[in-house]
Design a protein around this ligand. Structure first.
Ligand code: ADP
Ligand code: MG
Ligand code: ZN
Length: 632
């Protein structure tokens, strides 16, 4: 860029200037003798001075060396005579000497005044510090404002650092992304739109404005976003959320504005904001302030997204692994309302990802990718890529011609060691516990008429907290819930824990979140919805509708009851949950065979979808083919 060159030439200028000064100083000092003023006067009297230039504080001139030994002490005369030439340049510091001019006249010396005798001093004391100051300043500006140095620097503060990747630069297509076919399928529509925007515009179809990619670290969010750009062959503006948050208030906001302006000019294209959570954390939890800059930036992003017309062909994508901390405003319709979840890959997916990464690796026939995939439950795409790379490095170190299964074994040992520390892979017993837990949720949901249908059960760790999950799809949007529906929800939530209890005679910590949600539902039924028989209709707690949003987020609902009622409420919550647990226990005990079947299926395939569940629910009751698990 042009500003880049400018900045370079500035530095050259400064360096050149300083160098010239030094050189001049050196040259002018070389061969110059500094005389004491008394020596100068003595030489003047003796007629050795030929010419004098009078400065304000100094004088300089030429002197004749012949005969100086008669005037000066021998050692001084010696230095003056060291040089061969008979004429010598000298300087002397001027002292207050009113008779000087008269003396010069008397000696018939040619003399002249010098107006800017102090130019070097001036330069040194004034210009150089200023230059240094400018240098530091432009350096600072450059760091703050990204590109741009002197001059352009201030203008460029708000210019975004967003890099433009063109397709040939991303070089990533859907072929490079494996094992997350669902997410890919959802993004096909985006690719299609970017490729042929006119077709969509003509039909008046509604294109998603913002697509949020959710998934644990290393599941391929960044990769997938780049693949979308590569697949569609459009420019890819990418920026990390943390890059927006800067030292100066307003810089981030200016950058957002600039990013969108740039993107609009290059439509169709993709704007990708990686690690959106750095920028989009919930606002105003920090009452004391200090978050102004980030908030301003976030607000600007919201404004830009609202003012954006998708028909121009710009799609905004973002990625995060912590969706729970995102500001709700970001997720509202018209913003990042399309969510694409990237799960850790299942068995088949892991094999496909391994296949992608061994494309450029020469493998020995002993390597079986299917078997490797089976040994890597809980691995994300990045972990698998790392595995292949480690194995290749190990083989290279041993000078092998191909990577064999021993290398993979060794690499796997290393990586699992690292991952275990970070708690990301499951030991077999954990896996079994999780399988029964999720199977419990799913089976209870199948047996409760008012529960949402289960679309998918998985024991692949998802997100940071959840070890497995049972995904339910509501059949319709619900604004009102009946008591019977809430009770069924309670049952489904408790299904996991009760299943663990039945099967292992013990419970794990994995149900914590379930219990929290169950308790919340029970409490609300009793205190807000008047659904408890013993406590009746009064509404004991109000939701904080009339409170400021920030305090509502931090405080519990207002209490409107005394200590005795509080006790009664606690008692009632406990009773509601206990009753629910008992209902679930009966259901699961009666369905023990299916519980075992489903858990076995989960252990084998890691994911059971709707079709698999249907097949299971329709199997007649037969003796379970799955071996009894070893109890903890
Ligand atoms: P995230 O952004 O979700 O943290 P990345 O997209 O940065 O993860 O993934 C890091 C690397 O892991 C990628 O560059 C790629 O090599 C590998 N990887 C991750 N997921 C996949 C996948 N689904 N298919 C192929 N490679 C993957
Ligand atoms: Mg990433
Ligand atoms: Zn659970």
């Amino acid at each position: 860029m042009e500003s880049k060159k400018q900045e370079f030439s500035l530095w050259y200028l400064i360096i050149a200037g300083v160098a010239t000064l030094m050189l001049q100083l050196y040259i002018s000092q070389a061969g110059v003798n500094t005389l004491a003023y008394s020596e100068f006067k003595a030489l003047l009297k003796a007629g050795n001075i030929r010419e004098v230039t009078l400065g304000e504080t100094a004088l300089s001139g030429t002197l004749l060396t012949t005969g100086v030994e008669k005037v000066l002490p021998p050692d001084r005369a010696e230095t003056l005579k060291l040089a061969k030439e008979p004429e010598h340049v000298f300087t002397a510091v001027r002292v207050n000497d009113p008779g000087l001019i008269a003396d010069l006249d008397a000696a018939h010396v040619r003399y002249s005044g010098q107006a800017d005798a102090r130019w070097i001093g001036t330069l040194l004391s004034w210009v150089v510090p200023v230059m240094i100051f400018f240098g530091i300043w432009s350096l600072l500006i450059r760091r703050i404002g990204g590109a741009g140095g002197f001059g352009g620097g201030l203008m460029e503060i708000g210019k975004s650092k967003a890099k433009v990747y063109l397709q040939q630069q991303t070089g990533v297509t859907f072929a490079d992304v494996a094992g997350i076919d669902e997410a890919k399928g959802e993004l096909m529509e985006v690719v299609d739109f970017l490729k042929t925007p006119d077709r969509y515009r003509r039909l008046g179809g509604k294109i998603p404005k913002g697509v949020l990619l959710l998934g644990a670290p290393g599941t391929g969010k960044t990769l997938l976003a780049r693949a979308v750009a590569g697949e569609a062959g459009v420019p890819f503006f990418s920026m990390s959320g943390s890059e927006f948050v800067e030292l100066f208030v307003g810089v981030g906001a200016a950058r957002v504005r600039d990013l969108f302006a740039q993107a609009e000019q290059r439509a169709p294209c993709i704007i990708f904001i990686d690690e959106l959570d750095a920028l989009g954390k919930t606002r105003s939890l920090n009452v004391a302030g200090g978050q102004d800059e980030r908030e301003q930036t976030l607000n600007q992003l919201l404004v830009e997204m609202d003012g954006f017309d998708t028909n121009k062909g710009v799609i905004i994508m973002a990625a995060t692994n912590r969706p729970e901390i995102l500001d709700a405003a970001l997720l509202r319709p018209g913003r990042f309302d399309r969510h694409v979840v990237l799960d850790r890959p299942d068995l088949k997916g892991r094999e496909q990802i391994l296949r992608v990464h061994v494309r450029n690796v020469s493998l020995a026939p002993s390597v079986e990718l299917g078997q490797l995939a089976a040994r890597t439950p809980g691995f994300a795409g990045a972990d698998l890529a790392n595995l292949v790379n480690e194995a290749a490095l190990l083989a290279a170190r041993k000078n092998k011609s191909a990577v064999d299964s021993d290398d993979f074994d060794e690499a796997l040992d290393r990586i699992i060691g690292g991952l275990e520390k970070r708690n990301r892979i499951m030991i077999p017993l954990e896996k079994q516990t999780i399988a029964y837990h999720e199977a419990g949720h799913a089976l209870v949901a199948e047996h409760r008429p008012h529960a949402d249908r289960v679309s998918r059960v998985s024991i692949i760790p998802r997100g940071v907290a959840a070890l497995g999950y049972t995904q339910q799809t509501p059949t319709e949007d619900r604004y009102l819930l009946r008591r019977s529906e809430l009770l069924d929800r309670l049952d489904v939530l408790l299904g996991g824990r009760v299943a663990e209890q039945i099967v292992f005679g013990d419970v794990s910590t994995g149900a914590e979140n379930d219990l929290q949600r169950a308790t919340d539902i029970a409490r609300q039924m009793i205190t807000q919805y008047g659904m408890s028989e013993s406590l009746g209709l009064p509404c004991y707690e109000r939701t904080g509708a009339n409170m400021l949003p920030m305090t509502a987020a931090m405080s519990r609902p207002e209490r409107e009851y005394g200590e005795q009622t509080a006790q009664a409420i606690d008692e009632e919550i406990r009773r509601t949950l206990a009753q629910s647990a008992e209902r679930v226990r009966q259901t699961l005990a009666a369905e023990r065979e299916k519980l075992d079947l489903l858990a076995g299926l989960l252990l084998e395939k890691e994911v059971v979808d709707r079709a698999g569940l249907d097949a299971l629910m329709n199997t007649p009751q037969v003796a379970s083919p799955v071996a009894e698990p070893t109890a903890a």
